[in-house]
Write a new protein. Structure first.
Length: 221
């Protein structure tokens, strides 16, 4: 039963995944001059001085919010929660499958552009400077911060409350954390600030997960 739930969620997340891959892939191809030849980024360091980190967070946040709300509000709008919760499986297990599918789709889709652009940059002759994978660290931090946004959107869709007040707090909080990560990780700050940003992300993920399961267990769908 849980396997069928996982397949269902992956199938429903598919269109969001394809759209994110297409947009991010186009962005990477633009960066390397394959879809619109340009000398805009010639001589710039990949992941540092070019346009990757400005456009990557937008796609990551959009995919995270879309997946989180699609998996939760989508069930409410279609009225399928009562049917799903009558299945012979624990409620916690059903929501775990949702999170596994949505979180997995987000992590894979948003890791793809980093790996693609990094692999291209690592080929000798493609950039006018030595490439080290360590310079992709800020992008991976933003990738992880997007997972927090996904959990915030998921919690917003699951928890009860007024849309004009308390229900949106988790999403707003997750977006604030995401904004802080986008500001602190790529900036030329001391290692202390980057460590602080990563610590906030590491603490936020289990807090959001616990809140999601508590809301799912207590809510009368």
């Amino acid at each position: 039963m849980l396997k069928a739930m996982l397949v269902k969620e992956l199938r429903e997340c598919g269109p969001w995944a394809l759209a994110a891959l297409a947009i991010s892939g186009y962005g990477v191809l633009f960066m390397i001059g394959r879809v619109w030849p340009s000398d805009r980024f010639i001589g710039t360091a990949p992941f540092v001085q070019d346009g990757f980190n400005p456009f990557f967070p937008l796609i990551a946040a959009a995919l995270a919010i879309g997946l989180g709300l699609r998996q939760t509000l989508g069930e409410s709008i279609r009225g399928t929660y009562p049917l799903l919760l009558r299945l012979p499986a624990a409620r916690r297990g059903l929501f775990a499958m949702k999170l596994l599918a949505g979180g997995g789709v987000y992590l894979v889709c948003m890791a793809a552009p980093i790996l693609l652009y990094g692999a291209w940059s690592a080929v000798p002759g493609h950039v006018a400077a030595p490439f080290r994978w360590s310079i992709t660290f800020p992008s991976w931090g933003i990738w992880l911060a997007g997972a927090v946004v996904y959990l915030g959107a998921f919690l917003t869709g699951v928890r009860p409350g007024s849309w004009w007040w308390s229900r949106l707090w988790p999403l707003f909080g997750a977006l604030l954390i995401f904004w802080l990560a986008c500001m602190l990780l790529p900036a030329p700050l001391s290692q202390w600030w980057r460590t602080t940003a990563l610590a906030i992300l590491a603490l936020s993920i289990p807090i959001f997960l616990i809140s999601i399961f508590l809301a799912a267990e207590s809510r009368d769908f």
